[in-house]
Design a protein around this ligand. Structure first.
Ligand code: ZN
Length: 452
């Protein structure tokens, strides 16, 4: 009896596949069949091709297939500060003399978000957490470009104008406006496109949110579900301000207010006191590790110690560069400097950028590895790139040698969103030009005249 092949939407055929599944299966000549947004078959190319009649086919020869990378913390509108903020200050919200978030219009936020999401897709990231002002602009950009996204607003009640001069003024009207913005985002965008876009709550940081506002967020998260995204122990002045206000360190304050638990994804965790490490570890929270951003501030988060204490680690770019491949390399190398020894390995760090990020977001059953039943979020790297040879175990070269620029094709939810390095659903050249025009205007307002 001969089985008749079933129809499928897309077949990635005859390619080298690193599945990153539970057994770390590697298929030297494999194929992936996709139907209704999901992987319905994966295995040796000859077997898979015989079982399916695809509507479209991608020739995977000279390609390397990986699960899409997961970037657990980013703010695309802050792209406007990169290349400048690194040498003049730390986080933009605390730095005068640069374009400030409250200068952006909704349209500006959309233009910059398109740029940021273009860059992350171009570098092999298929899931990104993005939060800032005008979150509906971020959601719209993610919907248009085809990336999987978790979007939130920037909830805070500290007055940004006062903060840029080093003063904390918590104003109820600012807090209420930011809560309303996030609530409207959830109402409009949560679950968009079959769940490709999800919306969460993101209190900016324990110093820029008052205790009352953080308590309110805790209630809202309890009712809504999803994650809590924040910045934690990012800067010495944040730690000092929280201690002056409460007598507690930032992790202790978050714990007291019911926010330090497995739902929390906290960027940075750099300026921790010793007891904080054990507290964060016990909570099961996830550290969104931003090694490139940490390094620019001159100090790296103790992520090996945090992991040993029980915290979960995932990776992010936090605006500076959208290249999570680069972030993997920095994460590993910076810990070897920090610990002055041979800690971590490439496979561990690749896991932080895939399955660990997916698990932190509650998406462990959906993305993070290439397996039957999961969403078809797949990245194809160009094996003719000189930085992708010689491949031996695959993992080492990916982390120590590859670059996001080796990415050729990106599939999200079974749809090709990047092909030959170019966006499939939007005009990448127009996105870059539009973002530059926004930057020209806002940097001129800040007193600088861009050369572009
Ligand atoms: Zn951030």
């Amino acid at each position: 009896m001969t089985d008749t092949p079933d129809p499928c939407d897309l077949l990635v055929d005859d390619t080298l596949i690193l599945t990153l599944d539970g057994e770390d299966r590697i298929l030297s000549s494999g194929a992936i069949a996709i139907r209704d947004r999901r992987i319905v078959d994966i295995g040796p190319a000859r077997d898979v091709a015989a079982r399916w009649t695809p509507a479209a086919r991608i020739d995977g020869r000279n390609r390397l297939a990986l699960p899409g990378l997961v970037n657990v913390h980013n703010h695309t509108p802050l792209m406007i500060t990169r290349g400048m903020i690194e040498d003049v200050g730390l986080a933009p919200m605390y730095t005068p003399g640069i374009p400030q978030g409250h200068w952006l219009s909704e349209d500006d936020a959309h233009a910059l978000s398109c740029l940021g999401l273009y860059e992350v897709l171009r570098s092999g990231c298929t899931t990104v957490v993005d939060f800032y002002r005008y979150p509906q602009s971020l959601a719209r950009a993610a919907a248009e470009l085809g990336v999987r996204a978790v979007i939130a607003g920037r909830v805070h009640d500290a007055d940004p104008a006062a903060l840029a001069t080093g003063r904390y003024e918590h104003l109820t009207r600012i807090g209420e406006a930011s809560l309303a913005e996030n609530a409207a985002l959830i109402e409009r965008w949560n679950g968009h496109d079959g769940g490709r876009i999800r919306c969460d709550w993101a209190p900016h940081a324990p110093d820029t949110c008052s205790d009352d506002l953080l308590r309110e967020v805790a209630k809202l998260v309890e009712a809504h579900g999803g994650n809590i995204h924040t910045h934690l122990s990012q800067l010495p002045n944040e730690v000092e301000a929280v201690k002056a206000r409460s007598g507690l360190t930032p992790p202790q304050l978050m714990d007291r207010l019911g926010l330090l638990d497995r739902r929390l994804i906290a960027a940075h965790c750099i300026h921790l006191e010793h007891d904080d490490i054990a507290l964060c570890g016990r909570s099961g929270m996830t550290v969104a590790h931003a090694p490139i951003g940490n390094a620019k501030g001159g100090r790296i988060a103790p992520i090996v110690e945090l992991a040993e204490a029980g915290a979960r680690i995932a990776l992010c770019t936090d605006t500076f560069s959208g290249d999570l491949v680069e972030a993997m390399r920095w994460a590993l190398s910076m810990q070897r400097i920090h610990r002055q020894g041979h800690v971590l390995d490439a496979r561990t760090v690749l896991g932080w950028a895939t399955a660990a990020g997916a698990a932190a977001l509650g998406l462990g059953d959906a993305v993070g590895s290439l397996e039957i039943g999961k969403r078809a979020d797949i990245v194809l790297l160009d094996r003719t790139s000189p930085s992708l040879a010689p491949l031996v175990d695959g993992y080492g070269l990916l982390v120590h040698g590859a670059s996001g620029h080796d990415v050729d094709t990106v599939i999200v939810d079974g749809r090709v969103v990047l092909a030959g390095g170019r966006l499939a659903l939007a005009d990448g050249d127009a996105i870059v030009a539009r973002a530059q025009a926004v930057a020209n205007r806002l940097w001129q307002r800040a007193g600088r005249h861009p050369i572009g």
